[in-house]
Design a binder for this molecule. Structure first.
Ligand code: TYC
Length: 121
């Protein structure tokens, strides 16, 4: 039987500031602020057009954004009525891949559906 070497990930530790000595020999430890920001996230948005069938948009939202049929239909109708709608929020690479996959599937099916990603503010 094979055993995999596993390591329990450690909590990241902030570098401690060098202790400084106060005027009366007291030791002063300053609290450092967090330096690592969470990564920028990207929302993947579908745009409305006059030609792509509603059924195809519902299929795309289910297939590429893992939504159930009811949720996908609601998102599609929002896009149809308001012009655009968010289908999901991902890291930069995943969002970019979603845009490519949706665009390829749409062109292969002969539809002009537009899919873009934009940074979440
Ligand atoms: N407006 C399209 C129609 O009436 C439907 C549609 C919805 C198209 C959402 C694109 O992202 C879209 N057939």
């Amino acid at each position: 039987m094979d055993f995999m070497a596993t390591k329990i990930p450690k909590k990241p530790v902030l570098p401690a500031s060098p202790p400084s000595v106060g005027s009366n020999d007291s030791v002063v430890l300053e609290r450092r602020t967090q330096k690592v920001k969470p990564p920028q996230m990207f929302q993947v948005v579908l745009l409305n057009d006059d030609f792509t069938p509603m059924e195809f948009v519902v299929y795309v939202i289910q297939e590429f954004f893992s939504k159930d049929r009811e949720t996908a239909t609601q998102i599609m109708l929002k896009i149809h009525l308001e012009g655009k709608g968010i289908c999901g929020v991902y890291s930069r690479d995943v969002a970019s891949t979603k845009v490519d996959q949706v665009t390829q599937a749409s062109r292969e099916a002969g539809h002009p559906l537009q899919c873009v990603s934009e940074p979440v503010e």
